[in-house]
Design a protein around this ligand. Structure first.
Ligand code: UGA
Length: 437
């Protein structure tokens, strides 16, 4: 089948590459010409495990193409995937500007009947609106159907998740259109949920909100564990063995970040408000997460009295390992706080520093290695559980830092027994603190 994908961000590019891999002929369209030229050569604009090699293979096999021109990209496409960003406005509502602009371009250049499949996460009701929006902008006598096919891909394992996902959700009002999308996905051999558009829109929001709820829940349990001297890791393990609860998303830390959970939870609270429902539970989830992100700095301030002039090494900036994405990363909140408190911050991340530099305060120094960041630091903050950080030798950490170093580990990267042996003062999340010398 001949497919087009509009938008080559995380979702669009991964979708395009994976659809080509399962045998379809795919043209990815992006208005950024420079980006398109690079992608034609097999250079992805984002870092995603396994993406570059899969992209190159499919370009070589002549199944994957790129274009900055809608008229060329949409040529003979039976199905057009729409995967542009849906950021949030400051009040938490969803900004549909990019979706509308891409939809308008599709409508202007469409010369054959087509199914438009929306991948972008959009508030309930948006796909219905989008269908009439595209209709009203069509330049030619063609008919369109809109299908919502939300993605459940995690950044960093998006390729793996595409081929080993738990389900494919297809929301459509038109049965034939739904059947075409089923057929496209058939080689993936994954469980299908075929439903109406509103349900599909809601499945996506409710899933992300539920996962965010699990994280805030375990973070609250972690905070209680700290007070009563329990260990949240043992507690989460014991809870997770209950199949109804499960082990996943019970890892306590400095809260969730990224381009999805913060945005989608806010949007769902707004959506609920719009139909006169006060989503109290989800509001608490968001509040707990905001507090969790600043809790480590508060602890450090309480412990040290003041952070003024303290040399602080921050290890890990990306919102999670395996990605260079800095969107809504807890490190942004933590580092702003540290700078406000007068700390001198040196930061290190194996992949995200280029994206971090324009976002973080100018006072932040970037180190080339974790060791360089730790050199002569008095306090260390661990904010992303990269292997490069988890595998640091605690002996080296202690030797590199000033005498009597203190570590605040927001991702529980080290075993408590290990830390004890190295006589480092260590505070993690939901586990007993270690006093050091
Ligand atoms: C999330 C969902 O997991 C995907 O299913 C969904 O498709 C995607 O959002 C989206 O809506 O596009 P993602 O944001 O890539 O994926 O990352 P996750 O792996 O879910 O992690 C999100 C945040 O939660 C990270 O900051 C991570 O550190 C944190 N987290 C995750 C925890 O603090 N504890 C956990 O146990 C799990």
């Amino acid at each position: 089948m001949k497919l087009a994908v509009v938008g080559t961000g995380y979702v669009g590019l991964v979708t395009g590459v994976c659809l080509a891999e399962i045998g379809h002929q795919v043209t990815c369209i992006d208005i950024d010409e420079e980006k398109v030229e690079k992608m034609k050569k097999g250079i992805p604009p984002i870092y995603e495990e396994g993406l570059e090699s899969l992209m190159k293979q499919n370009i070589q096999a002549r199944r994957l193409f790129f274009s900055s021109k809608f008229e060329k990209g949409l040529e003979k496409a039976d199905v057009i995937y729409l995967a542009v960003g849906t950021p949030q406005y400051p009040d938490g509502t969803t900004d549909l500007t990019a979706v509308e602009s891409a939809a308008k371009s599709i409508a202007h250049h469409l010369v054959q009947d087509a199914i438009i499949v929306t991948k972008s996460t959009v508030p309930v009701g948006s796909n219905e609106y989008l269908k009439s929006f595209i209709h009203s902008h069509l330049k030619n006598d063609v008919s369109i159907e809109v299908v919502h096919n939300p993605e459940f891909l995690r950044e960093g394992s998006a390729i793996h998740d595409t081929f080993h996902g738990d389900r494919i959700v297809i929301g459509a009002e038109n049965k034939q259109a739904a059947a075409v999308i089923e057929q496209i996905n058939q080689p993936l051999d994954l469980p299908l949920v075929v439903t109406d558009i509103k349900n599909a829109e809601m499945i996506k929001y409710a899933s992300n909100a539920f996962l965010a709820t699990k994280i805030s829940f375990i973070n609250e349990i972690a905070n209680i564990c700290e007070k009563i001297g329990a260990n949240v890791e043992d507690v989460a393990y014991g809870m997770g063995l209950d199949k109804r609860i499960g082990h996943q998303f019970l890892k306590a830390g400095i809260g969730y970040g990224g381009s999805c959970f913060p945005k989608d939870t806010n949007a769902l609270v707004h959506m609920a408000g719009g139909v006169d429902h006060d989503f109290e539970l989800l509001k608490s989830v968001i509040r707990v997460n905001n507090q969790q992100q600043i809790s480590l700095v508060q602890k450090a301030k309480q412990r040290l009295g003041s952070l003024e002039g303290k040399r602080v090494a921050v290890l890990g900036l990306a919102y999670k390992p395996g990605t260079d994405d800095m969107r809504e990363a807890a490190s942004i909140v933590v580092i702003h706080r540290l700078i406000e408190e007068g700390a001198e911050v040196t930061a290190y991340d194996p992949f995200a520093m280029e994206n971090a530099a324009p976002i973080l305060p100018q006072q932040v120094w970037f180190a080339k290695t974790a060791a360089e960041a730790l050199h002569d630091a008095e306090v260390g903050f661990i904010l992303t559980e990269w292997d490069q950080i988890k595998n640091l030798s605690l002996k080296d950490v202690k030797d590199l830092m000033k005498a009597d170093p203190i570590i605040y580990d927001g991702r529980n990267c080290f075993q408590l027994d290990d830390v004890r042996q190295h006589l480092i003062e260590y505070h993690s999340v939901g586990r007993p603190s270690i006093a050091g010398d």
